[in-house]
Structure formats: structure tokens, C-alpha cells
Design a binder for this molecule. Structure first.
Ligand code: SF4
Length: 188
């Protein structure tokens, strides 16, 4: 079977050498080694299991290692209905993740509460944590979940190394009452 290598970043190539920027190399490494934290509460979680299994094989993207410790995960995948009682737990999980971290809301429930427009269900996880990619569907097919992961890969590949320590990022987290002030978020 032919092995498809990831594309090299932009750079200058000659006989026996390839030069590019450090930022692009780090982006390439991050994008192809995203460790998911599956926060699965209901039916959408089953679609994630299919996404991990041999037919769709999330491992092709370097994400074969689900992390059930937030401290060793890069990509929080929230799949399923999130009750309001669970919102603080979800937020705590996000806060425990190391930088840089990304979030996918998988399916209608995680994105907007889905069909559960009721007093007990959180109407979208972006009420408590920032979301990078939304995957529509009830449930989304594994192909859609893979597309969501690929979108995160694009974000990771193109992110500036300074972004996580920037004021813009601190302001984004502040909107969710997540503090960054006085804390070095990320350094190489
Ligand atoms: S979006 Fe649909 S399939 Fe996914 S958890 Fe909600 S009800 Fe289940």
C-alpha cells in the first residue's frame, strides 16, 4: 500500500537541503500529532468510536492516542448532550489542558443543545468554553468528524507561536472567565 506523506510546508528547496521557518515546522508537527480527549456523553460518542476504528482510522492523522487525561491532550472533542450540571466539569477539563489546545463541538447537541431545548441542557458548549470548530449533524457521520479534525489541523498548522501568549488570546479566554493573567501560557 502506498504511504502518503504529509506535504512539506512552504520553503526553499535545493539539492540536499530544504529550508523553512521554525514556526512552520512546529505547526506541521502539532497538526499531525493532535491527541484527542473524547468528552463523549451520548450518541455522538458512538460515531467517534467508528471514527477511531479501522474503517475510518483516525490514526492516519496522528490522532490514534485518545487521552483521558486533559493534561496530555491537545484537542478536546465534545460529543453528546451536555447537561447544565456538567458544564462546570467540562470547563474544568478544558482549563486542565495544556496549551496549545483546540476544541471541537461534535454534533448538534454540543454545538447548540440540539433537539433538547430544555431547562436542563446547555444550549451549546460555547456558553462555557471557546470552540474552534463546529461539526453539524445529529449525529454527524465519521467523515464529518474527520473533516472537523482536518479543520483543527489547518488551525494548528497556521497558528503563530506567539498567539497563545497574546493579549487577543487572553481577551478571548476572559470572555469565558478563564484567567490567563500573570501566567505564562505557553513557551517553547
Ligand atoms: S446531536 Fe443527535 S446524535 Fe449527537 S448526541 Fe445529540 S441527539 Fe445524539
Amino acid at each position: 500500500m502506498a504511504v502518503k506523506m504529509v506535504e512539506a510546508p512552504e520553503g526553499i528547496e535545493g539539492q540536499g537541503f530544504f529550508a523553512t521557518s521554525f514556526e512552520k515546522v512546529v505547526g506541521l508537527a502539532r497538526a499531525n500529532s493532535l491527541w484527542p480527549l473524547p468528552f463523549a456523553t451520548s450518541c455522538c460518542g458512538i460515531e467517534f468510536m467508528a471514527t477511531m476504528a479501522s474503517h475510518y482510522d483516525l490514526a492516519r492523522f496522528g490522532s490514534e492516542r485518545p487521552s483521558f487525561s486533559p493534561r496530555q491532550a491537545d484537542m478536546l472533542m465534545v460529543m453528546g448532550t451536555i447537561a447544565k450540571k456538567m458544564a462546570p466539569i467540562l470547563k474544568q477539563t478544558y482549563e486542565q489542558m495544556a496549551e496549545p489546545r483546540w476544541v471541537i463541538a461534535v454534533g448538534a447537541c454540543a454545538s447548540s443543545g440540539g433537539i433538547f431545548d430544555t431547562y436542563s441542557v446547555l444550549q451549546g458548549i460555547d456558553r462555557v468554553i471557546p470552540v474552534d470548530v463546529y461539526v453539524p449533524g445529529c449525529p454527524p457521520r465519521p467523515e464529518q468528524i474527520l473533516e472537523g479534525v482536518m479543520q483543527i489541523q489547518e488551525l494548528a498548522k497556521n497558528e503563530s507561536l506567539r498567539y497563545r501568549n497574546s493579549e487577543a488570546y487572553a481577551a478571548k479566554l476572559a470572555r469565558y472567565n478563564i484567567e490567563t493573567e500573570g501566567k505564562l501560557l505557553y513557551s517553547l
